[in-house]
Ligand binder design. Structure first.
Ligand code: SF4
Length: 84
């Protein structure tokens, strides 16, 4: 069965790019580089949906960091107002 990961743009990237050791300013360049790869990924939506469904605790998936995914899940549950 075909898996979205077969079409993932990150298949040819160093996996460590997507797992910064933090989310602060010191890791901003790495996070931006990873997000740039995700931005042009043809399976970004599937990847993000998968990470949200699994409550993936680490790394950048679907163009979002772990903190951003947690915030998205809270918004989806109506615990935070949407960012405008
Ligand atoms: S969205 Fe990003 S992490 Fe997900 S498959 Fe695509 S390139 Fe990889």
């Amino acid at each position: 069965m075909a898996d979205y990961r077969d079409r993932a743009r990150c298949r040819n990237e160093d996996p460590e790019l997507f797992y910064p050791l933090g989310e602060g300013r010191a890791f901003a360049k790495q996070v931006a580089e990873a997000k740039e790869v995700c931005e042009a990924c043809p399976v970004r939506a599937e990847c993000l949906e998968d990470a949200l469904a699994r409550r993936e605790p680490d790394g950048i998936w679907g163009g979002l960091t772990a903190d951003e995914r947690r915030a998205l899940l809270r918004r989806q549950r109506g615990q935070l107002p949407c960012a405008s």
